[in-house]
Design a protein around this ligand. Sequence first.
Ligand SMILES: Nc1ncnc2c1ncn2[C@@H]1O[C@H](COP(=O)(O)OP(=O)(O)OP(=O)(O)O)[C@@H](O)[C@H]1O
Ligand SMILES: Cc1ncc(COP(=O)(O)O)c(N)n1
Length: 275
Amino acid sequence: MQKVLTVAGSDSGGGAGIQADLKTMTVHNVYGASVITALTAQNTLGVQDVSPVDLDFIASQFDSVFQDINFDAAKTGMLATKEIVILTSEKFKEYNQANLVVDPVMVATSGDLLLESTAVDAYREKLLPLAKVVTPNLNEARVLAGYEPNAEVDPEELARKIYDFGSEYVLVKGGHSNIEATVSGRPPQVTDILYDGKNFTELSGQYIKTNNTHGTGCTLSASIASNLALGLEVGKALEASKQYITRAIKDEIEIGSGNNPVNHLVKCIERGEAT
Ligand SMILES: Nc1ncnc2c1ncn2[C@@H]1O[C@H](COP(=O)(O)OP(=O)(O)OP(=O)(O)O)[C@@H](O)[C@H]1O
Ligand SMILES: Cc1ncc(COP(=O)(O)O)c(N)n1
């Protein structure tokens, strides 16, 4: 059984964070374990409260899992503070973790802040150099690349700047681009761009007009980590994960009265293992 570690925050509402990651790993047929960095009191309407976990206790979780389990891949999600970003980087370095996917979570779909702004330099200097793939959305990419969150910058330029911090690949996600305005006459597409330091590859999928995208970033990065653990090379892992997230968004589920989560279980349903 391939094993994957998520280092992320808990979403009490079950749509994002640790809960999304473990569900996603399970439907990819890999074993998921977790290091919890922060607790959030959260639902589909937003984040009502955040409590970062004590640093020593995060370190204990890392030591417990790493001293017993060899992970084929790992991912990071909400890291909340600069100190947690630094500790996470140190632990991945100490235990020599391969196949690390970094989802630099900064702001929730609801607009609530999930990372203190002073943590951005720690991402650039400590965590990105250890990453196989970093998966910022457009706003996160602008911040990491040193622009204002709303600046108009070519995504390829953002990918180049972020690549210079040392990850092997950069995936700039297009979920926050102005999709309604794309070429008329053709079904609208959402395009993520992958940069390997030399070439750009476009990953496109059907655009689904919905506000129910809570947890898309978490789910995509957990899927990428699972596919890397299963032995897929980066390009193939990303293609498969992009198809999975499109289907999970399309298969809408009604959970709460706000921005509903994607259906992580869509893979099981398609395999006939659930209804
Ligand atoms: N409405 C949509 N229809 C189809 N695909 C989408 C849609 N919104 C996002 N995606 C896809 O979902 C994945 C996550 O992209 P997004 O840009 O939303 O990341 P994110 O902002 O980090 O996610 P989150 O909402 O969890 O913070 C990408 O592959 C993106 O192309
Ligand atoms: C614990 C946690 N981690 C990550 C997200 C981002 O997900 P989204 O942007 O879809 O709300 C979140 N809301 N909560």
